[in-house]
Design a protein around this ligand. Structure first.
Ligand SMILES: NC(=O)c1ccc[n+]([C@@H]2O[C@H](COP(=O)([O-])OP(=O)(O)OC[C@H]3O[C@@H](n4cnc5c(N)ncnc54)[C@H](OP(=O)(O)O)[C@@H]3O)[C@@H](O)[C@H]2O)c1
Length: 323
């Protein structure tokens, strides 16, 4: 089977398509025929070597974390899935390797694909959905009527943060680029700010929660926007942020929280229920599997609405409900 790998750290030029043996499954694993793989900023942070202090120097490495596909075969202890079942899931983020024609995955890391989602949308769900529910419910504990600024409100994570915060009854100010204005309005944001026209740091308002998904609104810039008792969620933490935040949290009413997304199946199941009730999964762009270099360069440079997703040979982006 074919798999995208790299043998050294660098830009998207280090990625190549390789013929590798088909994976074999153990008793508790499932063999998945991959249909779609979503792109995450973490993918390029990993292959560029930005996190090599965590990932080390052992090559080849694969790329891609979240995927959707069809069960091809199940291990002898697996009762929860049968061949032919549509599923989705995520691999351990720092190992990755989902951008391949087949994957061997533990059965307890897989979920049935929500009936309303296409392959591409199912692949775009785990990291954004889990990060968002953990930001809204665990880190910020957003309450009804809370004033929430989502900076980057229509990206891979932000699209879910905005919609889940609205479900919790928050008053959302969505900061987006021009292409995101219509979506953020459709989700019931109280205020939509085009960051290309209005600098977010100068909004002159006070929020109970500030969630920065852009990496461009550090705590120092967010502080004037924060109410005396409020929470700032940092999704791109570095060790200094973590240390300074931990000290500050002991005495200040302005708390600094750090997103370290965890795979929690019960939270992903909750996100799936919301999706089946109509929460939108946004796929702004799709690419063929073999366009991996171009895709990573383009998405890193230009971004997209929601997520960009690779479709494997023969897979289409048609959703069960055409969304
Ligand atoms: N720590 C963790 O556990 C964890 C988990 C998941 C994600 N993350 C990180 O969280 C970040 C967000 O992830 P993502 O998947 O949502 O990325 P993404 O899809 O690239 O979203 C980034 C968003 O920021 C917006 N943006 C860019 N420049 C902006 C600016 N100057 N002001 C306001 N908004 C701006 C973008 O809008 P336009 O594209 O329309 O310009 C886009 O909507 C990434 O850095 C990712 O690595 C961390």
């Amino acid at each position: 089977m074919r798999k995208v790998v790299y043998e050294k750290y660098g830009d998207a030029g280090v990625l190549s398509l390789r013929e590798v043996p088909e994976p074999s499954i153990s008793d508790d694993q499932v063999l998945v025929g991959v249909k779609a793989v979503a792109i995450n900023p973490l993918d390029w942070k990993l292959f560029e070597g930005q996190l090599k202090f965590l990932t080390g120097w052992k090559f080849p490495r694969g790329v891609g974390i979240e995927f959707a596909g069809e069960v091809l075969e199940v291990g002898k202890d697996v009762r929860s899935f049968k061949p032919g079942a549509p599923v989705f899931g995520m691999l351990e983020p720092f190992s990755g390797g989902a951008l391949a024609e087949q994957l061997a995955v533990p059965a307890n890391g897989l979920h049935p694909r929500p009936t309303t989602l296409s392959w591409a949308k199912a692949a775009a769900l785990p990291i954004g959905g889990l990060s968002a529910i953990q930001i809204v419910d665990d880190l910020a504990q957003i309450q009804p009527d809370a004033r929430v600024l989502v900076n980057g409100a229509t990206g891979g994570v932000g699209a879910f943060v905005t919609q889940i915060a609205r479900r919790r009854g928050a008053r959302v100010t969505a900061a987006v680029s021009a292409r995101g204005v219509a979506l953020a309005e459709r989700w019931g944001s109280a205020e939509v700010v085009d960051y290309g026209k209005t600098p977010v740091a100068g909004l002159g308002e006070r929020f109970d929660v500030v969630v920065d998904l852009s990496g461009k609104l550090p705590y120092s810039a967010a502080k004037p926007l924060m109410a005396p008792k409020s929470v700032y969620v940092n999704c791109n933490p570095n060790p200094v942020d973590m240390l300074v935040g931990a000290v500050q949290n002991t005495y200040s009413g302005r708390k600094r929280r750090i997103l370290q997304m965890k795979y929690r199946p019960e939270q992903l199941a909750q996100v799936c229920r919301w999706v089946e009730e109509g929460m939108e999964v946004v796929v702004g762009r799709t690419y063929a599997f073999t366009q991996f270099r171009e895709a990573y360069e383009e998405v890193k440079a230009k971004g997209t609405l929601g997520k960009a997703v690779f479709l494997m040979d023969g897979a289409t982006d048609e959703g069960a409900d055409g969304r």
